[in-house]
Write a protein that binds this ligand. Structure first.
Ligand SMILES: NC(=O)C1=CN([C@@H]2O[C@H](COP(=O)(O)OP(=O)(O)OC[C@H]3O[C@@H](n4cnc5c(N)ncnc54)[C@H](O)[C@@H]3O)[C@@H](O)[C@H]2O)C=CC1
Ligand SMILES: O=C(O)[C@@H]1CCC=N1
Length: 275
């Protein structure tokens, strides 16, 4: 199998490094390109045998899978660039939510899919959210998910839920890190505890909590109940949190969805040109 990555920024480089580190792909199976070529070159130097190209068209030649790891408004430009060279049996995969399968189907003469990764894939954990065009055969879906399973749990989703599953799986790590940072900042401010120590404690706590909620078989409700001694300190603080955070996550979801609709409109406009 040969795999190409167009765009080697934050998420592109995470996917490339994770596929190699997990043993899913040999560097020689990977071809990459990036607008700033030096960035792609640096990644190829880290992985001897990987090929970096200054030209996107050269990077996709002969590949089975082509990940487009670029921002939504770059899609039309890149698609215009590569369309004439794409072969019908190749699969092009968008990793961004506001580019719809319908956009890809209309503008690309090949298999198309959408896979939303997560920064958690860097630690070979978390999900990859998979959506497919009807053009992609069952065995091709299984082949892609087989590859993704080396770095994540591939989960098939309905495209109409793209935004909310991306919030939970891909934006979620940033949201949780933000809450943890707030917790630590308050600990330092209120008690004078050393910041590094507080970060270490809180981060280990988050890891353990995640493990209990996954392989530990606990639900969020069970976990809270087990920590909260009746009439105790945690119970009191949880009641306060419940009151203070009332409606916060509804507003968060409204915010991400409003921005998504804005991006979608811009992406739509970028694809709506006279051919
Ligand atoms: N950062 C994250 O945790 C996640 C990001 N994504 C999606 O991944 C996409 C990329 O995000 P990031 O990697 O964070 O952004 P980034 O800005 O770090 O990377 C984008 C890369 O694309 C390159 N690029 C732009 N135009 C190009 C062109 N015409 N040809 C070749 N390369 C080009 C840029 O030079 C840059 O290196 C976004 O659409 C985002 O929604 C999805 C899930 C998680
Ligand atoms: O396209 C998206 O919405 C993803 C999720 C996290 C960052 N970008």
């Amino acid at each position: 199998m040969k795999v190409s990555f167009i765009g080697t920024g934050s998420m592109g480089s995470i996917l490339i490094d994770s596929f190699v580190r997990s043993g899913a792909l040999e560097p020689s199976q990977i071809a990459i390109s990036n607008r700033t070529f030096a960035k792609a070159e640096q990644i190829a130097v880290r992985h001897p045998g990987m090929r970096a190209y200054p030209d996107n068209v050269d990077a996709i030649s002969g590949s089975n899978l082509i990940f487009l790891c670029i921002k939504p408004l770059e899609f039309k430009n890149v698609i215009d660039e590569i369309r004439a060279s794409v072969q019908p049996e190749q699969m092009i995969i968008s990793i961004t939510s506001p580019v719809l399968l319908a956009h890809l189907e209309e503008w690309l003469p090949c298999k198309v899919a959408k896979v939303i990764p997560s920064i958690t894939n860097l630690s070979l954990s978390g999900a990859s959210l998979c959506m497919y065009s009807a053009r992609v055969l069952m065995e091709e879906r299984q082949m892609l998910e087989g590859l993704l399973s080396h770095i994540s749990e591939p989960i098939r989703i309905d495209e109409k839920y793209t935004r909310i599953v991306s919030d939970l799986s891909s934006c979620g790590p940033a949201f949780m890190a933000f809450l943890l940072q707030q917790f630590v900042d308050a600990a330092v401010e209120e008690t004078g505890i050393d910041r590094d120590e507080a970060v270490r404690l809180a981060s280990n706590m988050l890891l353990g909590t995640g493990q209990l909620l996954t392989e530990g078989g606990m639900t969020p409700e069970m976990l809270q109940e087990r920590v909260s001694v009746p009439g105790g300190i945690t119970a009191k603080a949880l009641t306060m949190l419940g009151n203070e955070l009332d409606g916060v996550f509804q507003r968060l979801i409204k915010t991400t969805h409003a921005k998504f609709r804005e991006d979608l409109e811009k992406v739509d406009q970028s694809f709506t040109v006279i051919r």
